[in-house]
Write a protein that binds this ligand. Structure first.
Ligand code: ADP
Length: 257
């Protein structure tokens, strides 16, 4: 049994409710509920946990640190490595633990989305390792992984030009809609995952799957950027909250000394 038959019994059923909203009650430009946390893993230099709809994702960052094997070192900049993995229990049908072609591709696109934001030239010959583990998947995991990994990089204190935010925009029953859920992703007509450096207004990832007219594509870009900006505000707030707590703790420790 797959996810689709679980969510929608009749293949002819619409992806919209009678009141015009999407099956989960969202409007076309509405994001799924998002929750973020930083500093969730003690061993990593930086880490984050993101819930984006039913997606549950942990990101861990190690580095900048010495690179092994040394022959991979780049003479003028840090090597950014990224590993995206889905847990065997992250989807209904057990996922094979072996990294598949999709995980290799997603590791690459996540790394390429993050690297423009990192001051890699500050750390020649070093490495920055980014690990992303999908605990539960519900469509749009590459984008939510980028949001989580950028938070983990910031938490690790890696110098960055900007944060990076990911969000997908798709087409369902001829309408452009942000942040597709798994069922919308599978039954919709198209999907444009994107990532944005929000203060620099630079797009670092733009993929497209399905058919979009030039007008629909333009609309999708605008809606995607607006959605990324909303997610960025949450990222910024969670980092401010975490580091004002750290500052208070440090001040208390200094008073005690
Ligand atoms: P993204 O997660 O970025 O949308 P895809 O479009 O490749 O990436 O995948 C869409 C969704 O399909 C995933 O989020 C997940 O819910 C589901 N999915 C991916 N791989 C598997 C798998 N091996 N088994 C079951 N579902 C999967």
């Amino acid at each position: 049994m797959n996810n689709v038959t679980l969510v929608r019994k009749e293949p002819s059923e619409s992806l919209f409710r009678e009141d015009g909203l999407r099956l989960d009650g969202r409007g076309l430009d509405e994001l799924r509920p998002i929750r973020m946390e930083v500093g969730v893993l003690n061993n990593a230099d930086g880490s984050a946990y993101v819930e984006h709809g039913k997606n549950k994702i942990v990101a861990a960052v190690y580095g900048p640190r010495e690179l092994h094997p040394k022959h991979l070192a780049l003479p003028d900049k840090a090597l950014v490595r990224c590993e995206y993995r889905m847990a065997t229990f992250s989807v209904e049908e057990r996922k094979s633990p072996a990294p598949g072609r999709r995980e290799v591709e997603l590791s690459k696109v996540i790394r390429e989305s993050l690297e423009p934001a990192i001051f890699v030239y500050k750390y020649p010959r070093a490495t920055i390792d980014v690990f992303v583990q999908i605990l539960q998947a519900d469509g749009g995991t590459r984008c939510a992984s980028i949001t989580a990994a950028a938070l983990a990089l910031a938490d690790a204190g890696v110098p960055m030009r900007d944060l990076v935010v990911g969000c997908a925009v798709g087409k369902i029953e001829g309408k452009v809609a942000v942040d597709l859920s798994d069922v919308e992703d599978k039954l919709g007509e198209g999907d444009i995952p994107m990532a944005l450096m929000p203060t620099k207004k630079v797009i670092t990832l733009l993929q497209s799957d399905g058919d979009f007219t030039p007008e629909e594509f333009k609309q999708a870009l605008e809606m995607g950027i607006a959605a990324c900006e909303k997610i960025y505000e949450m990222q910024r707030d969670i980092l401010i909250e975490r580091y004002s707590k750290v500052r208070e703790e440090v001040a208390e420790e200094q008073e005690e000394e």
